[in-house]
Design a protein around this ligand. Structure first.
Ligand code: DAH
Length: 344
C-alpha cells in the first residue's frame, strides 16, 4: 500500500489540465467513485491494525493533496479563461432576429394617406360589413339599376329591403362621413373592399381602396383636377402629368377616369403602359346633387368632388409587380423585398 500511495503522490505532482474537461477527468480518475484514491481508502479496511495509524494518516494526506491539486487545476483553467477570454467566441456574428416589416400594400396606403393629410384632409373609416343603403342607395344607385352589376357583391343577408353585404367600395364611407360630420368636409377613407371575382393576376376578391371627398361652398372641377395633379406628382414624381377621360359613376356628375403619364417610359410607350404612355390610377368626379341630398346637404349651397383609387393598383405601378396574387399570399421572399422600402 505504501508504494501505491507514493505512486499516486508522484502522479498528482505531474498532473496537468488545460481545459475544464481535463480537470474534471482528473478528478474522476483520482477521487471519483472508482478513482485511484477512493480504491485505496477501500483497501484500508484490510490493513493490519498495527499499521492502521500510519497508513490512515498517509491516506488522509493523500486525499487532501488530491483535492487540493484538483482545485488548483480547476481554478487555473478558470483563470486562463478569464485571462484569454471566455470559451465563447464573442467576435462571432450573433444570431439575427428576423424583424417583421410593413406590407407593401400598407406602405402605399400610408403614402397615399400622408399625401392627402399634407393637403389638410382628415382620415375616416367605416365598417366592412355594410348595408345596401350606404354602399348603393345613398350613392344614387336606384334599386335594380344596372350600375349595381358593375360590382359583384357578396351578400351577408338578403331578403329584406336593406340587406347587409361586404362593401364593394369605400365610397360608403363618404356617405357615413356626410351623415355625421359638419361641413366643410375634407376626408380620405382607406379600407378593404370585397368583390365576387375569380382570382387571377388582375383581379382579387379582396383589395384596398382609398376614397377622397371634399365638400364646401364653390368647390369646382378645377379644384378636383388640381388636387389630383398635386397628388400624382407627390406619388409618382414632380414630372408626372395627368389626363382625364370622361366616364360614368352613379355618384358623380360629371365623372372621369384619371391617367398618369407612365413613370417607366415617361410617355414614350412601353409594355407597362401597353404603348400608350398613360396608366389609369383612379375614378373621380363632382359629387352628384342626389348624393348630397340623400345625406341632408343642400346642393344649392354646397358642392364637392370625390375620387377613389385602388391601393394595389398604385403599388403595382410603383413596383411593377403585375400579379395581384403576390400581395395576398404572404410569401416571405416577396414581403422581404419591401423590408426597407419606406420610401418608394
Ligand atoms: N367607387 C369607385 C369604384 O370602386 C371608385 C370611385 C370612382 C370613387 C369615382 C369615387 C369616384 O369617389 O368619384 O370603382
Amino acid at each position: 500500500m505504501k508504494e501505491a500511495i507514493d505512486q499516486i503522490f508522484k502522479e498528482l505532482g505531474e498532473l496537468k489540465a488545460t481545459t475544464e474537461k481535463e480537470a474534471e477527468e482528473a478528478r474522476i480518475r483520482f477521487l471519483g467513485k472508482k478513482g485511484e484514491v477512493t480504491a485505496l481508502m477501500e483497501q484500508f479496511r484490510t490493513v493490519a491494525p498495527e499499521l492502521k495509524r500510519e497508513y490512515g494518516q498517509k491516506l488522509n494526506e493523500l486525499k487532501k493533496a488530491a483535492n487540493a491539486k484538483i482545485e488548483e487545476l480547476k481554478s487555473a483553467v478558470e483563470q486562463a479563461a478569464v485571462q484569454y477570454g471566455p470559451k465563447e467566441d464573442l467576435s462571432m456574428p450573433g444570431d439575427s432576429m428576423p424583424l417583421g416589416s410593413r406590407h407593401p400594400v400598407s406602405i402605399v396606403r400610408q403614402q397615399i394617406v400622408d399625401i392627402f393629410r399634407k393637403f389638410g384632409y382628415d382620415v375616416a373609416e367605416g365598417p366592412e360589413i355594410e348595408d345596401d343603403y350606404h354602399v348603393f342607395e345613398a350613392l344614387n344607385f336606384p334599386p335594380n339599376h344596372p350600375a349595381r352589376e358593375m360590382q359583384d357583391t357578396f351578400f351577408v343577408s338578403s331578403g329584406h329591403l336593406n340587406p347587409l353585404l361586404l362593401r364593394t367600395h369605400t365610397s360608403s364611407v363618404q356617405v357615413r362621413t356626410m351623415e355625421k360630420q359638419p361641413l366643410p368636409i375634407r376626408v380620405v377613407c382607406p379600407g378593404r373592399v370585397f368583390r365576387n371575382e375569380a382570382i387571377s393576376a388582375r383581379a382579387h376578391c379582396i383589395f384596398h381602396q382609398v376614397e377622397g371627398l371634399y365638400i364646401d361652398k364653390d368647390v369646382t372641377f378645377a379644384d378636383l383636377k388640381q388636387a389630383i395633379l398635386l397628388f400624382a406628382r407627390e406619388m409618382f414624381g414632380p414630372e408626372t402629368e395627368i389626363r382625364m377621360r370622361p366616364s360614368y359613376f352613379p355618384f358623380t356628375e360629371p365623372s372621369a377616369e384619371v391617367d398618369v403619364s407612365c413613370n417607366i417610359c415617361h410617355g414614350k410607350g412601353c409594355n407597362i403602359c401597353k404603348g400608350t404612355g398613360w396608366l389609369e390610377i383612379m375614378g373621380c368626379g363632382m359629387v352628384d346633387p342626389n348624393v348630397l341630398k340623400a345625406s341632408g346637404i343642400d346642393p344649392a349651397q354646397y358642392s364637392g368632388f370625390a375620387f377613389g383609387m385602388g391601393v394595389e393598383r398604385i403599388a403595382m405601378l410603383k413596383w411593377q409587380v403585375n400579379d395581384l396574387r403576390h400581395y395576398f399570399e404572404n410569401d416571405m421572399r416577396f414581403l422581404q423585398e419591401f423590408a426597407t422600402a419606406t420610401e418608394v
